[in-house]
Write a protein that binds this ligand. Sequence first.
Ligand code: DX5
Ligand code: ZN
Length: 220
Amino acid sequence: MGTSPLSLSASLLSADWLHLESDLRKMEASGVDWHHIDVMDGHFVPNLSFGLPLIQQIKKISTLPLDVHLMVSNPDAVFSAYLDAGADLLTFHIEAAVHPHRLIQQIRARGAKAGIALNPGTDVRLLSPLLGELDLVLLMTVNPGFGGQSFLPFCLSKLRDLVSLQTQYGHRIPYVSVDGGIDAVTAPQVRNAGANVVVAGSYLYGAADRAAAVSLLRNT
Ligand code: DX5
Ligand code: ZN
């Protein structure tokens, strides 16, 4: 058992898209903190998901902040449209951004929270110059592009490295989030390694008793 509860971001990728409003409402009633919205462009990742029109509609009905994860190859060019659509937290991949520092500044100047995502194969030390200005780091614990993949255990040491990096540079990132393969087994592992937010798709949307699944993850 941890000392502080985890925050939970439920990934829309695993929702029932044909009954989306009622499924989102059900998830909100289960007590999650954010909706996690995975935007895939078929270039940065080998899959397409959804984009601006759907996010605009979700924004109208959501009672929770929208945690938008851009898996696109041109975040510098498109970020602004996702803020217009209603992203409250906007996360882009460091592997895709041309000017990550400028992008963080531009997102924050619009009043949103700025996050950077890292693929499993990307070293957390790339974040060193940016630590003081980041609201969120999203450590991928699967290779991005698909829901329902298995957690990559080697990423736990990257979480620990991120904790050390924050200590070394004297900055504390408010949200250290982990995305991919999170369930009742892996959530305590990432919490113990330094995460304070978990993204979960198949585990939460697929649970027979969502409130119980939420409670289990949160108090892991
Ligand atoms: C993967 C996405 C994840 C995905 C997680 O590219 O970024 O947010 O929905 O799904 P699960 O929790 O099923 O691994
Ligand atoms: Zn995601």
